[in-house]
Design a protein around this ligand. Structure first.
Ligand SMILES: [Zn+2]
Length: 175
């Protein structure tokens, strides 16, 4: 089991988190980056499926055995975000370079926008600075964001919603 964000192997139990609108299986550290996280994927998946039945997003897709490098791309404004995050943590280029095993000159270039880190390096930076630099290529943001936190739904609610959806699809007019 590998973390979708940093690529490290997950030693303890995997976390599921919604990060930048995408569902990912992540390690404990990276789970903090997400807006929503939970520890019991099967329960949550059932609930979400029911609430979000019209969209039919293939949920399994977010748990690939692929390398993170194949499904992620860098977000814009990377250099700025990087510098802000680093300064917030009070790290110098030297500190950061030492932590992630990267040359200081490389970090400087990235922060000044002269260079783009590869995904591996970006992952390390993400993990070390607790920020998000990579977003999934596959899933469009809007859809999964609207899915991620529908609202607090009880089991009764869900049953109702489901029933309502069925009615609606049978005859499409408000009574
Ligand atoms: Zn991680």
């Amino acid at each position: 089991m590998q973390c979708d964000v940093c690529g490290h192997s997950i030693e303890r139990k995997p976390y599921r988190a919604i990060i930048e609108g995408a569902k990912m299986t992540v390690c404990e550290e990276c789970a903090k980056l997400g807006s929503v996280s939970w520890e019991a994927p099967h329960v949550q998946r059932t609930v979400m499926k029911k609430v979000a039945s019209p969209l039919r997003i293939p949920l399994k897709k977010s748990k690939p055995d692929l390398e993170p490098t194949q499904t992620l791309e860098l977000i814009g404004n990377l250099s700025l975000r990087l510098r802000k995050a680093r300064e917030k943590l009070g790290l110098s280029h030297e500190d950061l370079g030492r932590k992630i095993g990267e040359r200081i000159s490389v970090l400087r270039k990235i922060e000044s926008g002269k260079m783009v880190p590869d995904n591996k390096l970006a992952s390390k930076l993400e993990h070390e600075l607790k920020i998000k630099l990579l977003v999934p290529l596959s899933e469009p943001k809007i859809k999964s964001v609207s899915l991620s936190t529908p609202r607090e739904a009880t089991l009764g609610d869900i049953a109702q919603i489901k029933r309502k959806k069925v009615e609606e699809s049978e005859e499409r007019k408000p009574s």
